[in-house]
Design a protein around this ligand. Structure first.
Ligand SMILES: Cc1cc2nc3c(=O)[nH]c(=O)nc-3n(C[C@H](O)[C@H](O)[C@H](O)COP(=O)(O)OP(=O)(O)OC[C@H]3O[C@@H](n4cnc5c(N)ncnc54)[C@H](O)[C@@H]3O)c2cc1C
Length: 404
């Protein structure tokens, strides 16, 4: 086999988008995927912002589109409801297996080659440079740039000498596919807050049009399965909607919430997506920001091939560029997550109560952005109600004994 210019570790959305971008720019790319197929097992809710997908130029094929969502019903720890409804759909719910397959097909059409059942076990080095990978079955593949899109295991990342994900900020996600959900509006997602429901995160019900839904949560402590069972059977609001539900399947997976790792490049090496923790710490959404960074990784890696420079000095361009696009947002959302985690259930109840009393749903509808939450906050602060809510939120955080 001819030596590839770039080897991508992992055929998730970020690996495939890196491969697609680099192959389109003329690089010879091989993607090594651990599993026999793209997109399985599926662990993700697939809740994606429509405007961000449009900006990235990603069209969702009809078969992968499960629903269009106009907003969220958010429940406080004591069950108070705050409704945020937009006139037009703002997010899609996609089938992640089919979405991932769609991105992989685009990469293959652009010229990338996929190797399935091909787990990368270790990196090969030469004179301080990553120079290839060793696969299961002891097969070796030499290359000039390895792009690590392995998701959140950090196994390959650490071999490259980069800092792995901090376990203190990785929450454990779990999601069930259920049938027969009742009293859930089919164009609204439901979000449930509370320390007893999902410590340091939230629980969700994401409906499809056919009465089925994805029901999940993530937690920083305890057993996610037990939390999910408690949520479905005992939550004062959710249990009524789910009392006739039948669970079709359950899957679990970690969600990194610590903000991006400090360094995402080394000699002959780049890290993207969950591997680099390019994830919104507020919601755990990693697809859009991961793909945004994967596009930059594909561009910088193919440029490196053209000028024959695989040094970390040149590849640092990747970090400079993705930080320009997503750095502020990712760190603003990390701060918001830390603040949210330090609030007691009582304070969260007060924040939801204030949002209702001050009618800030209209402000959020007008200025809020599902992905760019940091920069959309500033125009919202011109609204007196929003300013009061943020003021109360900050005060609660500053006086919280668990401030982080
Ligand atoms: C319960 C849950 C719900 C979520 N909901 C949403 C949501 O609604 N919206 C959203 O935007 N995000 C969501 N996320 C996050 C989202 O799933 C991830 O951010 C996203 O999948 C990251 O993509 P990735 O390509 O970086 O990694 P992954 O999707 O994890 O892909 C990594 C790939 O690499 C392969 N691999 C790993 N190691 C190796 C190896 N050594 N050799 C070869 N292949 C390897 C794996 O098999 C996998 O195919 C959710 C996560 C969880 C856990």
């Amino acid at each position: 086999m001819e030596k590839p210019d770039i080897v991508v570790v992992g055929g998730g959305p970020c690996g495939s988008y890196t491969a697609y971008t680099a192959a389109k720019l003329g690089a010879k790319v091989v993607v090594c995927e651990d599993h026999k197929e793209i997109g399985t097992p599926d662990h993700c809710a697939g809740h994606l912002n429509i405007s961000s997908l449009k900006q990235l130029g990603i069209n969702i094929p009809k078969v992968a589109l499960e629903n269009e969502i106009r907003g969220a019903n958010i429940y406080s720890p004591s069950g108070k409801k705050f409704v945020l409804r937009c006139q037009a759909p703002v997010t899609y719910v996609v089938n992640r297996e089919l979405f991932d397959k769609h991105l992989a097909e685009a990469a293959i059409d652009a010229g990338a080659e996929y190797r399935f059942d091909s787990r990368v076990k270790s990196l090969l080095f030469d004179s301080g440079y990553v120079k290839g990978v060793e696969l299961n079955r002891k097969e070796r593949m030499e290359t000039n740039v390895v792009v690590d899109a392995e998701g959140c295991s950090s196994a390959i990342l650490r071999q490259a000498g980069l800092t792995g994900l901090r376990s203190s900020m990785v929450v454990r996600g779990i999601q069930a596919d259920v049938e027969k959900v009742e009293s859930v509006e089919d164009d609204m997602v439901e979000v449930y807050l509370g320390r007893k429901i999902a410590p340091d995160f939230f629980a969700w019900i994401i409906p499809r049009k056919d009465g089925t839904a994805k029901v999940g949560l993530a937690t920083s402590t305890g057993n996610p399965r037990q939390y999910l069972r408690m949520f479905m059977e005992k939550h004062s609001v959710a249990s009524k909607k789910l009392q006739k539900s039948k669970i079709e399947s359950v899957s679990g997976h970690p969600v990194p919430l610590a903000g991006p790792i400090p360094k995402t490049y080394a000699n002959g090496f780049l890290a993207v997506g969950d591997a680099a923790s390019q994830v919104k710490a507020t919601t755990g959404g990693g697809v859009v920001f991961g793909i945004t960074c994967a596009k930059v990784a594909g561009e910088v890696a193919s440029q490196a091939i053209k000028i024959n420079d695989f040094s970390e000095r040149f590849l640092s361009l990747y970090q400079q560029q993705w930080k320009k696009l997503a750095g502020f947002e990712l760190s603003a959302m990390l701060r918001m997550r830390r603040m949210l985690n330090s609030l007691s259930d009582k304070k969260l109840d007060n924040v939801i109560g204030l949002c209702n009393r001050l009618g800030i749903d209209k402000t959020l509808e007008r200025f809020g952005d599902v992905d760019f939450q940091g920069s959309s906050l500033f125009p919202m602060l011109r609204n007196a109600g929003m300013l009061s809510v943020v003021g109360y939120f900050l005060f609660s955080w500053l006086t919280s004994p668990t401030r982080q």
